[in-house]
Unconditional design. Structure first.
Length: 384
């Protein structure tokens, strides 16, 4: 800054005031044209069939007229309300320009303002399809196909005697907790589009909540298969589905107990079992979610083929059993009351340092996961 030239803040303010007077006429300054159509020059997105009200802020509300035009009346129908607002209805898919012209009156002078906005119309959200419901431990898992143009979904649920309850999700699935076992529930899903524009409803689905059942199984030495499972609340009974490997169809058994002993099995075969609780609703039967499938391999009875010994060991051998993943070996001296048990994946086992002059008794059992096959006949050997 050159020496001797100094502008005070008071002088600067005066210059600005004078400049505004010279640049803008009094009528324009009074109307405040910078905010006469705030919010008009924007872009908006709507769904086909959607209507919405859009408001442009006016400093003065004594409006003489509104002239609203659109470049494509087949896409958007626009009607002004005479106060700076528009009622817009989306007709077809596409983009169109809407021009808003407002003439207002002030004490200084009338003025005319014009602004453009762009409306893009997209298809309305489709109704959710293929609503699927399944039981799990404490509630329902509900899922459905994603609906085109949907932003999120409303899930409605009720019983026969209750009102509809709802919850929102951005996903195409939802878990519903704390359901009453044995109760029939009705479920419906609605899609929501942009600006929460309501789309279509899925059809109403009905489903009875029956908790999932877990079960265990084993193949017994007497050639039967035993299933055990946890008790479920408010159920009529339990269904057991059984299929032999290679068969197309299941055989079903029903019981009110929490166990089942299947005597109709053959050795050396593979069976599949599932368990589900069921509940009678009127004249129909509602099943819960079927348990995980348990695979049972029934095993043949093994035979101890050879026993021999020396001063340091007793060697026990047996035949190969198809389907066995391991073998249990039981052995004891004839003078002992308790058996000793070992497990091996081999088809032999060595008893280290057997007692000289004692007679040992041995039995072998094939195993596969939860399955234990029948024990072999006992074999004996005297230690010299």
């Amino acid at each position: 800054m050159k020496k001797g030239i100094k502008i005070t803040s008071a002088i600067m303010a005066l210059i600005l005031i004078l400049s505004s007077v010279m640049i803008f006429p009094a009528s324009a300054a009074e109307t405040g044209e910078d905010n006469c159509l705030i919010g008009a020059s924007n872009s908006y997105t709507m769904h086909t069939g959607q209507s919405m009200y859009m408001y442009m802020e006016l400093k003065y509300t004594n409006v003489f007229y509104e002239n609203i035009t659109t470049s494509n009346p087949d896409i958007v129908d626009v009607k002004g309300d005479g106060k700076g607002g528009m009622n817009i209805y989306a007709k077809k898919q596409g983009t169109t320009k809407v021009t808003i012209t407002v003439k207002a009156y002030t004490s200084a002078a009338p003025y005319v303002r014009t602004a453009d906005c762009f409306i893009t119309v997209v298809p309305a959200p489709s109704a959710p399809a293929n609503v699927r419901i399944r039981n799990y431990e404490t509630g329902f898992n509900i899922n459905w196909d994603k609906a085109p143009n949907a932003q999120r979904y409303v899930v409605y649920i009720k019983t026969k005697s209750s009102e509809w309850l709802y919850d929102l999700t951005y996903h195409n699935y939802m878990n519903i907790e704390d359901l009453e076992p044995g109760e029939m529930y009705y479920v419906q899903v609605q899609s929501l589009g942009l600006n929460d524009f309501t789309g279509g409803f899925s059809r109403v689905s009905s489903y009875t909540f029956v908790p999932r059942t877990y079960h265990t199984c084993k193949y017994n030495a007497n050639g039967t298969v035993t299933l055990n499972w946890l008790e479920a609340e408010n159920v009529q009974g339990y269904a057991i589905a059984k299929k032999k490997a290679g068969d197309k169809n299941y055989t079903y058994y029903y019981t009110k107990a929490t166990s089942f002993n299947d005597k109709n099995v053959a050795a050396g075969a593979v069976y599949y079992y599932q368990v589900s609780p069921y509940y009678t609703v009127g004249k129909s039967t509602a099943y819960g979610q079927w348990s995980d499938t348990k695979k049972v391999t029934t095993l043949f009875k093994p035979t101890v083929t050879n026993m021999n010994s020396n001063a340091s060991r007793l060697n026990i051998n047996w035949n190969f059993i198809k389907g066995a993943t391991a073998y249990k070996v039981a052995f004891k001296r004839t003078t002992d009351s308790a058996w000793n048990y070992r497990t091996t994946t081999s088809r032999y086992y060595n008893v280290v340092n057997p007692t000289k002059g004692a007679t040992y008794i041995t039995q072998v059992c094939p195993v596969n996961g939860c399955v234990a096959g029948p024990w072999s006949d006992a074999a004996s050997h005297y230690i010299d």
